[in-house]
Design a protein around this ligand. Structure first.
Ligand SMILES: [Zn+2]
Length: 504
Protein backbone atom coordinates (compact mmCIF):
# COMPACT_ATOMS: atom_id res chain seq x y z
CA UNK A 1 0.00 0.00 0.00
CA UNK A 2 1.49 3.33 -1.10
CA UNK A 3 0.67 6.54 0.77
CA UNK A 4 1.76 10.00 -0.27
CA UNK A 5 3.29 12.06 2.55
CA UNK A 6 3.84 15.82 2.94
CA UNK A 7 4.17 18.48 5.66
CA UNK A 8 2.98 22.08 5.70
CA UNK A 9 3.45 23.68 9.07
CA UNK A 10 3.32 27.32 10.08
CA UNK A 11 1.39 29.12 12.82
CA UNK A 12 0.22 32.51 11.64
CA UNK A 13 -0.15 35.68 13.65
CA UNK A 14 -2.36 37.93 11.50
CA UNK A 15 -1.08 41.04 13.27
CA UNK A 16 2.59 40.35 12.48
CA UNK A 17 3.49 42.45 9.40
CA UNK A 18 6.37 40.14 8.35
CA UNK A 19 5.05 37.75 5.69
CA UNK A 20 6.29 34.17 5.60
CA UNK A 21 8.06 33.52 2.29
CA UNK A 22 10.28 30.82 0.83
CA UNK A 23 13.32 32.11 2.74
CA UNK A 24 11.48 31.55 6.03
CA UNK A 25 10.74 27.93 5.13
CA UNK A 26 14.31 27.43 3.94
CA UNK A 27 15.51 28.65 7.35
CA UNK A 28 13.11 26.17 8.95
CA UNK A 29 12.49 23.00 6.95
CA UNK A 30 12.32 22.81 3.16
CA UNK A 31 13.00 19.25 2.10
CA UNK A 32 11.94 17.15 -0.86
CA UNK A 33 11.74 13.40 -1.45
CA UNK A 34 13.80 11.01 0.67
CA UNK A 35 15.68 13.99 2.17
CA UNK A 36 12.59 14.52 4.32
CA UNK A 37 13.22 11.31 6.24
CA UNK A 38 17.01 11.32 6.23
CA UNK A 39 17.16 15.05 7.08
CA UNK A 40 14.91 14.63 10.10
CA UNK A 41 16.58 11.47 11.35
CA UNK A 42 14.68 8.44 12.63
CA UNK A 43 14.88 9.21 16.36
CA UNK A 44 13.55 12.76 16.53
CA UNK A 45 10.13 12.50 18.20
CA UNK A 46 8.09 14.37 15.59
CA UNK A 47 4.81 13.60 13.77
CA UNK A 48 6.63 12.42 10.66
CA UNK A 49 8.32 9.59 12.54
CA UNK A 50 5.05 8.69 14.30
CA UNK A 51 3.41 8.36 10.89
CA UNK A 52 6.33 6.30 9.59
CA UNK A 53 6.04 3.94 12.55
CA UNK A 54 2.30 3.39 12.00
CA UNK A 55 2.86 2.84 8.27
CA UNK A 56 5.67 0.38 8.92
CA UNK A 57 3.51 -1.61 11.36
CA UNK A 58 0.80 -1.90 8.69
CA UNK A 59 3.25 -2.80 5.93
CA UNK A 60 2.45 0.45 4.12
CA UNK A 61 4.96 2.61 2.28
CA UNK A 62 5.13 6.39 2.70
CA UNK A 63 6.17 8.31 -0.41
CA UNK A 64 7.81 11.52 0.80
CA UNK A 65 6.82 14.49 -1.34
CA UNK A 66 7.60 17.85 0.29
CA UNK A 67 8.17 19.02 3.84
CA UNK A 68 7.70 22.68 4.75
CA UNK A 69 8.02 24.05 8.27
CA UNK A 70 8.51 27.65 9.24
CA UNK A 71 8.77 29.58 12.45
CA UNK A 72 5.54 31.41 13.30
CA UNK A 73 5.06 34.89 11.90
CA UNK A 74 2.68 36.79 9.61
CA UNK A 75 0.65 35.10 6.84
CA UNK A 76 2.32 32.71 4.37
CA UNK A 77 2.76 33.93 0.82
CA UNK A 78 0.19 32.14 -1.35
CA UNK A 79 2.93 31.14 -3.85
CA UNK A 80 4.19 28.66 -1.23
CA UNK A 81 0.81 26.90 -1.21
CA UNK A 82 0.78 26.84 -5.03
CA UNK A 83 4.29 25.37 -5.07
CA UNK A 84 3.29 22.71 -2.54
CA UNK A 85 0.21 21.81 -4.59
CA UNK A 86 2.27 21.53 -7.77
CA UNK A 87 4.69 19.16 -6.01
CA UNK A 88 1.82 17.05 -4.64
CA UNK A 89 0.30 16.92 -8.14
CA UNK A 90 3.63 15.75 -9.55
CA UNK A 91 4.04 13.04 -6.86
CA UNK A 92 0.49 11.87 -7.45
CA UNK A 93 1.08 11.66 -11.20
CA UNK A 94 4.11 9.44 -10.52
CA UNK A 95 2.14 7.28 -8.04
CA UNK A 96 -1.48 7.21 -9.23
CA UNK A 97 -2.29 4.04 -7.24
CA UNK A 98 -1.90 5.51 -3.76
CA UNK A 99 -4.39 4.47 -1.08
CA UNK A 100 -3.95 7.59 0.99
CA UNK A 101 -2.45 11.01 1.51
CA UNK A 102 -0.98 11.57 4.99
CA UNK A 103 -0.05 15.08 6.04
CA UNK A 104 1.52 16.86 8.97
CA UNK A 105 -0.20 20.24 9.19
CA UNK A 106 -0.33 23.01 11.74
CA UNK A 107 -3.86 24.11 10.92
CA UNK A 108 -3.54 27.61 12.37
CA UNK A 109 -2.27 28.90 9.06
CA UNK A 110 -3.41 31.91 7.05
CA UNK A 111 -1.93 32.80 3.68
CA UNK A 112 -2.03 35.96 1.63
CA UNK A 113 -4.95 34.58 -0.41
CA UNK A 114 -6.85 32.27 1.95
CA UNK A 115 -7.81 32.71 5.59
CA UNK A 116 -8.05 28.92 5.85
CA UNK A 117 -4.83 27.93 4.13
CA UNK A 118 -5.03 24.24 5.14
CA UNK A 119 -8.72 23.95 4.21
CA UNK A 120 -7.96 25.31 0.76
CA UNK A 121 -5.02 22.96 0.33
CA UNK A 122 -7.03 19.90 1.41
CA UNK A 123 -9.93 20.85 -0.84
CA UNK A 124 -7.56 20.99 -3.82
CA UNK A 125 -6.00 17.65 -2.87
CA UNK A 126 -9.43 16.07 -2.52
CA UNK A 127 -10.34 17.33 -6.02
CA UNK A 128 -7.07 15.87 -7.29
CA UNK A 129 -7.24 12.38 -5.75
CA UNK A 130 -11.02 11.88 -5.64
CA UNK A 131 -13.22 10.51 -2.84
CA UNK A 132 -11.67 7.01 -2.64
CA UNK A 133 -8.24 8.04 -1.45
CA UNK A 134 -8.06 8.46 2.35
CA UNK A 135 -6.71 11.81 3.52
CA UNK A 136 -5.40 11.80 7.09
CA UNK A 137 -3.68 14.70 8.82
CA UNK A 138 -2.19 15.60 12.18
CA UNK A 139 -2.50 19.13 13.57
CA UNK A 140 -1.25 21.39 16.28
CA UNK A 141 -3.64 21.83 19.20
CA UNK A 142 -3.96 25.50 18.16
CA UNK A 143 -5.36 24.71 14.71
CA UNK A 144 -8.45 26.41 13.34
CA UNK A 145 -10.35 23.29 12.27
CA UNK A 146 -12.88 24.50 9.74
CA UNK A 147 -15.75 22.87 7.89
CA UNK A 148 -13.57 22.87 4.76
CA UNK A 149 -10.87 20.85 6.55
CA UNK A 150 -13.34 18.33 7.97
CA UNK A 151 -15.27 17.92 4.73
CA UNK A 152 -12.16 17.15 2.73
CA UNK A 153 -10.33 14.83 5.12
CA UNK A 154 -11.05 11.43 6.63
CA UNK A 155 -8.87 11.82 9.72
CA UNK A 156 -8.13 14.91 11.80
CA UNK A 157 -5.95 14.43 14.91
CA UNK A 158 -4.53 17.18 17.12
CA UNK A 159 -2.00 17.21 19.94
CA UNK A 160 -3.48 16.27 23.30
CA UNK A 161 -0.84 18.05 25.38
CA UNK A 162 0.07 21.67 26.00
CA UNK A 163 3.02 22.34 26.18
CA UNK A 164 3.10 20.02 23.16
CA UNK A 165 5.06 16.87 23.95
CA UNK A 166 2.99 14.33 22.00
CA UNK A 167 3.97 15.32 18.47
CA UNK A 168 5.21 11.80 17.65
CA UNK A 169 2.10 10.20 19.16
CA UNK A 170 -0.19 12.54 17.23
CA UNK A 171 1.41 11.55 13.93
CA UNK A 172 1.06 7.93 14.95
CA UNK A 173 -2.64 8.33 15.87
CA UNK A 174 -3.46 10.09 12.59
CA UNK A 175 -1.66 7.47 10.49
CA UNK A 176 -3.18 4.54 12.44
CA UNK A 177 -6.68 5.89 11.85
CA UNK A 178 -5.83 6.63 8.21
CA UNK A 179 -4.70 3.06 7.66
CA UNK A 180 -7.80 1.70 9.42
CA UNK A 181 -9.93 3.79 7.06
CA UNK A 182 -8.03 2.54 4.01
CA UNK A 183 -8.62 -1.05 5.15
CA UNK A 184 -12.29 -0.47 5.96
CA UNK A 185 -14.18 2.55 4.70
CA UNK A 186 -16.77 2.07 7.45
CA UNK A 187 -14.28 1.72 10.29
CA UNK A 188 -15.43 4.92 12.05
CA UNK A 189 -17.17 8.25 11.78
CA UNK A 190 -15.98 11.68 12.85
CA UNK A 191 -18.02 14.25 14.75
CA UNK A 192 -17.16 17.89 15.35
CA UNK A 193 -18.47 20.83 17.36
CA UNK A 194 -17.05 24.34 17.02
CA UNK A 195 -17.44 26.91 19.76
CA UNK A 196 -17.10 30.66 19.12
CA UNK A 197 -14.10 31.17 21.37
CA UNK A 198 -10.45 32.16 21.41
CA UNK A 199 -8.35 32.48 24.54
CA UNK A 200 -4.70 33.54 24.95
CA UNK A 201 -2.10 30.79 24.78
CA UNK A 202 -0.33 31.55 28.08
CA UNK A 203 -3.08 30.91 30.63
CA UNK A 204 -3.78 27.18 30.49
CA UNK A 205 -2.02 23.86 30.13
CA UNK A 206 -3.03 20.24 29.66
CA UNK A 207 -1.50 19.41 33.05
CA UNK A 208 -3.92 21.15 35.41
CA UNK A 209 -7.18 23.05 35.69
CA UNK A 210 -10.23 23.04 33.51
CA UNK A 211 -8.47 22.30 30.23
CA UNK A 212 -6.84 19.26 31.83
CA UNK A 213 -10.34 18.17 32.91
CA UNK A 214 -11.67 18.40 29.34
CA UNK A 215 -8.83 16.25 28.02
CA UNK A 216 -9.19 13.73 30.87
CA UNK A 217 -12.85 13.30 29.95
CA UNK A 218 -11.83 12.45 26.39
CA UNK A 219 -9.11 10.03 27.53
CA UNK A 220 -11.62 8.33 29.83
CA UNK A 221 -14.00 7.72 26.92
CA UNK A 222 -11.18 6.33 24.80
CA UNK A 223 -10.23 3.92 27.61
CA UNK A 224 -13.88 2.91 27.97
CA UNK A 225 -14.09 2.24 24.23
CA UNK A 226 -16.77 4.87 23.66
CA UNK A 227 -14.37 6.81 21.44
CA UNK A 228 -11.53 5.70 19.20
CA UNK A 229 -9.87 9.12 19.28
CA UNK A 230 -10.53 12.75 20.16
CA UNK A 231 -8.90 16.16 19.75
CA UNK A 232 -9.62 19.46 21.48
CA UNK A 233 -8.44 22.42 19.44
CA UNK A 234 -7.99 25.80 21.10
CA UNK A 235 -7.63 28.05 18.07
CA UNK A 236 -4.45 30.11 17.77
CA UNK A 237 -5.79 33.37 19.25
CA UNK A 238 -3.84 35.81 17.08
CA UNK A 239 -5.52 34.71 13.87
CA UNK A 240 -7.90 37.30 12.49
CA UNK A 241 -9.73 35.05 10.05
CA UNK A 242 -13.15 33.90 8.98
CA UNK A 243 -14.34 31.27 9.73
CA UNK A 244 -12.83 31.00 13.21
CA UNK A 245 -13.41 28.98 16.35
CA UNK A 246 -12.22 26.31 18.75
CA UNK A 247 -13.26 22.82 17.70
CA UNK A 248 -13.68 19.43 19.33
CA UNK A 249 -13.28 16.43 17.01
CA UNK A 250 -14.25 12.91 18.07
CA UNK A 251 -13.87 9.58 16.30
CA UNK A 252 -16.09 6.57 17.13
CA UNK A 253 -17.50 3.45 15.55
CA UNK A 254 -21.02 4.83 15.76
CA UNK A 255 -22.26 8.30 14.98
CA UNK A 256 -24.34 8.85 18.10
CA UNK A 257 -21.40 8.13 20.42
CA UNK A 258 -19.14 10.43 18.44
CA UNK A 259 -21.76 13.20 18.45
CA UNK A 260 -22.66 12.99 22.14
CA UNK A 261 -19.03 12.97 23.26
CA UNK A 262 -18.13 15.88 20.96
CA UNK A 263 -21.02 17.97 22.31
CA UNK A 264 -20.16 17.25 25.95
CA UNK A 265 -16.46 17.98 25.46
CA UNK A 266 -17.23 21.20 23.59
CA UNK A 267 -19.64 22.39 26.29
CA UNK A 268 -17.09 21.67 29.03
CA UNK A 269 -14.36 23.38 26.99
CA UNK A 270 -16.52 26.47 26.51
CA UNK A 271 -17.81 26.57 30.10
CA UNK A 272 -14.21 26.79 31.36
CA UNK A 273 -13.52 29.91 29.28
CA UNK A 274 -12.93 32.30 32.19
CA UNK A 275 -10.27 29.93 33.58
CA UNK A 276 -7.97 29.94 30.54
CA UNK A 277 -6.59 33.44 31.14
CA UNK A 278 -3.07 34.01 32.44
CA UNK A 279 -2.39 35.73 35.73
CA UNK A 280 -0.32 38.61 34.47
CA UNK A 281 2.18 40.63 36.43
CA UNK A 282 3.74 43.96 35.48
CA UNK A 283 7.37 44.40 34.41
CA UNK A 284 8.11 46.37 37.57
CA UNK A 285 6.62 43.70 39.83
CA UNK A 286 8.86 41.05 38.30
CA UNK A 287 11.92 43.35 38.39
CA UNK A 288 11.31 43.82 42.12
CA UNK A 289 11.18 40.05 42.63
CA UNK A 290 14.42 39.61 40.65
CA UNK A 291 16.08 42.36 42.73
CA UNK A 292 15.18 40.69 46.02
CA UNK A 293 17.91 38.69 47.74
CA UNK A 294 15.31 36.20 48.95
CA UNK A 295 13.87 35.11 45.60
CA UNK A 296 14.82 31.88 43.87
CA UNK A 297 17.12 32.58 40.91
CA UNK A 298 16.93 32.82 38.05
CA UNK A 299 13.58 34.56 37.92
CA UNK A 300 11.96 33.86 34.57
CA UNK A 301 10.04 36.74 33.03
CA UNK A 302 7.88 35.12 30.35
CA UNK A 303 7.17 37.83 27.81
CA UNK A 304 4.16 36.06 26.36
CA UNK A 305 3.19 38.96 24.12
CA UNK A 306 6.45 38.80 22.17
CA UNK A 307 6.63 35.02 21.70
CA UNK A 308 7.94 34.17 18.22
CA UNK A 309 6.43 30.69 18.71
CA UNK A 310 3.04 32.39 18.87
CA UNK A 311 3.81 34.43 15.78
CA UNK A 312 4.96 37.61 17.51
CA UNK A 313 8.03 39.45 16.24
CA UNK A 314 10.52 38.95 19.09
CA UNK A 315 11.87 42.49 18.95
CA UNK A 316 10.54 43.88 22.24
CA UNK A 317 13.08 45.72 24.41
CA UNK A 318 10.62 47.07 26.98
CA UNK A 319 12.06 45.00 29.85
CA UNK A 320 15.66 45.93 29.00
CA UNK A 321 14.73 49.61 28.79
CA UNK A 322 13.00 49.51 32.16
CA UNK A 323 16.03 47.88 33.83
CA UNK A 324 18.31 50.56 32.39
CA UNK A 325 15.88 53.31 33.38
CA UNK A 326 15.70 52.03 36.94
CA UNK A 327 19.50 51.44 36.97
CA UNK A 328 18.98 48.01 38.51
CA UNK A 329 22.24 46.10 39.06
CA UNK A 330 20.62 42.70 38.41
CA UNK A 331 22.21 40.23 36.00
CA UNK A 332 19.75 40.07 33.14
CA UNK A 333 19.63 38.05 29.91
CA UNK A 334 17.39 38.69 26.93
CA UNK A 335 16.96 37.78 23.26
CA UNK A 336 16.10 40.46 20.73
CA UNK A 337 15.37 40.21 17.02
CA UNK A 338 17.46 42.84 15.24
CA UNK A 339 19.54 42.01 12.14
CA UNK A 340 20.88 45.56 11.82
CA UNK A 341 22.27 45.43 15.38
CA UNK A 342 23.87 42.04 14.61
CA UNK A 343 25.58 43.55 11.56
CA UNK A 344 26.81 46.41 13.69
CA UNK A 345 28.26 43.94 16.23
CA UNK A 346 30.04 42.05 13.41
CA UNK A 347 31.43 45.34 12.08
CA UNK A 348 32.68 46.33 15.54
CA UNK A 349 34.25 42.95 16.39
CA UNK A 350 34.59 40.92 19.60
CA UNK A 351 35.74 42.91 22.61
CA UNK A 352 34.94 46.27 21.02
CA UNK A 353 32.42 48.85 22.21
CA UNK A 354 29.81 50.44 19.96
CA UNK A 355 26.57 52.41 20.10
CA UNK A 356 23.55 50.28 19.34
CA UNK A 357 19.93 50.97 18.60
CA UNK A 358 18.28 47.72 19.62
CA UNK A 359 14.91 46.19 18.84
CA UNK A 360 11.43 47.50 18.07
CA UNK A 361 12.37 47.31 14.40
CA UNK A 362 8.83 46.95 13.14
CA UNK A 363 7.92 50.25 14.75
CA UNK A 364 4.33 49.11 15.16
CA UNK A 365 2.12 49.43 18.22
CA UNK A 366 4.13 52.27 19.73
CA UNK A 367 7.38 50.46 20.55
CA UNK A 368 10.70 52.29 20.38
CA UNK A 369 14.27 50.91 20.29
CA UNK A 370 16.74 50.92 23.20
CA UNK A 371 19.71 53.22 22.62
CA UNK A 372 22.70 51.69 24.38
CA UNK A 373 26.49 51.56 24.37
CA UNK A 374 27.58 47.94 24.61
CA UNK A 375 30.56 45.61 24.33
CA UNK A 376 30.49 42.83 21.76
CA UNK A 377 31.03 39.54 23.64
CA UNK A 378 30.67 36.98 20.87
CA UNK A 379 29.64 36.49 17.24
CA UNK A 380 27.87 33.41 15.80
CA UNK A 381 26.47 31.89 12.64
CA UNK A 382 23.25 31.22 14.60
CA UNK A 383 22.99 27.48 13.93
CA UNK A 384 22.43 25.19 16.89
CA UNK A 385 20.57 22.13 18.10
CA UNK A 386 17.70 22.24 20.59
CA UNK A 387 18.10 20.54 23.98
CA UNK A 388 14.41 19.84 24.56
CA UNK A 389 12.81 17.74 25.96
CA UNK A 390 10.36 19.16 23.39
CA UNK A 391 12.09 19.21 20.01
CA UNK A 392 15.31 17.70 21.38
CA UNK A 393 17.80 17.27 18.54
CA UNK A 394 16.04 19.60 16.12
CA UNK A 395 18.35 21.96 14.28
CA UNK A 396 17.63 25.66 14.56
CA UNK A 397 18.85 28.64 12.59
CA UNK A 398 18.40 32.12 14.01
CA UNK A 399 20.52 33.80 11.35
CA UNK A 400 23.81 35.50 12.21
CA UNK A 401 23.79 36.36 15.90
CA UNK A 402 25.80 38.34 18.43
CA UNK A 403 25.84 38.78 22.17
CA UNK A 404 26.57 42.18 23.61
CA UNK A 405 26.94 43.35 27.22
CA UNK A 406 25.38 46.54 28.52
CA UNK A 407 26.17 47.00 32.22
CA UNK A 408 24.90 43.84 33.91
CA UNK A 409 22.66 42.94 30.96
CA UNK A 410 23.65 40.32 28.37
CA UNK A 411 21.72 40.65 25.13
CA UNK A 412 21.53 37.95 22.47
CA UNK A 413 20.82 39.65 19.15
CA UNK A 414 19.68 37.61 16.17
CA UNK A 415 17.97 38.03 12.85
CA UNK A 416 15.33 35.45 13.30
CA UNK A 417 14.39 34.18 16.77
CA UNK A 418 13.01 30.64 16.85
CA UNK A 419 11.97 28.30 19.64
CA UNK A 420 12.77 30.83 22.31
CA UNK A 421 11.30 28.50 24.95
CA UNK A 422 14.33 26.21 24.60
CA UNK A 423 17.31 27.19 26.84
CA UNK A 424 19.74 26.67 23.93
CA UNK A 425 18.62 30.05 22.58
CA UNK A 426 20.89 31.28 25.40
CA UNK A 427 23.31 28.47 26.16
CA UNK A 428 24.53 28.04 22.62
CA UNK A 429 25.42 31.73 22.57
CA UNK A 430 27.45 31.67 25.78
CA UNK A 431 24.72 32.81 28.15
CA UNK A 432 24.07 30.22 30.87
CA UNK A 433 20.56 31.12 32.07
CA UNK A 434 20.88 29.43 35.47
CA UNK A 435 23.57 31.98 36.45
CA UNK A 436 21.39 35.08 36.00
CA UNK A 437 19.04 36.94 38.35
CA UNK A 438 16.46 37.50 35.62
CA UNK A 439 15.99 35.83 32.24
CA UNK A 440 13.47 37.11 29.74
CA UNK A 441 11.88 34.21 27.86
CA UNK A 442 9.81 35.20 24.87
CA UNK A 443 7.38 32.30 24.99
CA UNK A 444 3.91 31.44 26.20
CA UNK A 445 4.18 27.96 27.69
CA UNK A 446 6.87 25.96 25.86
CA UNK A 447 9.63 27.14 28.25
CA UNK A 448 8.03 25.63 31.37
CA UNK A 449 9.28 22.10 30.84
CA UNK A 450 12.96 22.77 29.95
CA UNK A 451 13.46 25.72 32.32
CA UNK A 452 11.93 23.87 35.27
CA UNK A 453 15.08 21.73 35.47
CA UNK A 454 16.84 24.71 37.11
CA UNK A 455 14.13 27.10 38.36
CA UNK A 456 10.43 27.25 39.13
CA UNK A 457 10.25 31.00 39.63
CA UNK A 458 8.12 31.78 36.57
CA UNK A 459 6.24 35.05 36.04
CA UNK A 460 4.16 35.89 33.00
CA UNK A 461 4.15 39.49 31.82
CA UNK A 462 2.26 40.89 28.91
CA UNK A 463 4.62 43.48 27.56
CA UNK A 464 2.64 46.26 25.87
CA UNK A 465 3.15 46.91 22.17
CA UNK A 466 3.59 43.27 21.13
CA UNK A 467 1.40 41.56 18.53
CA UNK A 468 1.02 38.42 20.66
CA UNK A 469 -0.42 39.97 23.81
CA UNK A 470 -2.97 38.12 25.93
CA UNK A 471 -5.34 41.07 26.05
CA UNK A 472 -7.08 40.03 22.85
CA UNK A 473 -9.60 42.85 23.08
CA UNK A 474 -6.82 45.38 22.56
CA UNK A 475 -5.85 43.93 19.17
CA UNK A 476 -7.49 45.18 15.95
CA UNK A 477 -9.57 42.08 15.05
CA UNK A 478 -11.68 42.76 11.93
CA UNK A 479 -12.77 39.37 10.59
CA UNK A 480 -13.95 37.71 13.78
CA UNK A 481 -17.46 38.97 14.24
CA UNK A 482 -19.83 38.33 17.12
CA UNK A 483 -21.19 36.73 19.06
CA UNK A 484 -17.72 35.47 19.89
CA UNK A 485 -15.87 35.07 23.20
CA UNK A 486 -14.05 37.09 24.63
CA UNK A 487 -15.48 39.97 22.58
CA UNK A 488 -18.91 38.92 23.86
CA UNK A 489 -19.54 37.23 27.22
CA UNK A 490 -21.97 34.61 25.79
CA UNK A 491 -23.47 33.80 29.19
CA UNK A 492 -25.58 30.64 29.10
CA UNK A 493 -24.35 29.61 25.64
CA UNK A 494 -25.24 26.05 24.61
CA UNK A 495 -23.06 24.40 21.98
CA UNK A 496 -24.48 23.51 18.56
CA UNK A 497 -25.35 19.93 17.64
CA UNK A 498 -22.36 17.95 16.36
CA UNK A 499 -21.69 17.71 12.63
CA UNK A 500 -21.07 14.14 11.45
CA UNK A 501 -18.57 13.16 8.74
CA UNK A 502 -18.84 9.60 7.48
CA UNK A 503 -16.66 9.55 4.36
CA UNK A 504 -17.83 5.94 3.98
ZN1 LIG B 1 0.33 24.99 19.52
Amino acid sequence: MDILYFEYSQETNSFNPFLCDETCFRKGVFREGEDIFTGLGPDVPMETNGMRKAAEEAGAHLIPCLSLWSQSMGPVRAEIVDFLLSRIRQCYAEHPDIGGVFAVLHGGTQDTREDDSCGYLLEKIREMVGPEVVIAASYDMHANITEKILKNTDVCCGYQTYPHRDTYETGYRAARLGIAKIQNRNAFVTAAVTVPMIVPASGYTSDAGCFHGVLEMGHHWVREGKLLDFSVFQMQPWLDVSPAGSTVVTVAEDASSAARCAEELAQKLFDGREEYWPKLETIDEVLDIASSKDSEKPVILANAGDSPNGGAIGDSVAVLKRILERRLPIRFATVVRDSAAVEKAFAAGVGREADFSIGAGSGIMGQTPAQVRGTVCSLHDGNYRMEGPIGRGLDQSVGPAATIRVGSCDIMLCGYPANTGDPQIYRHFGIEPSLYDLVEVKANTSFRLPFSSFTRNFHTVDVPGCVGISDLKSLPFRKITGPFYPFDTLTGYTVERARIYKHG
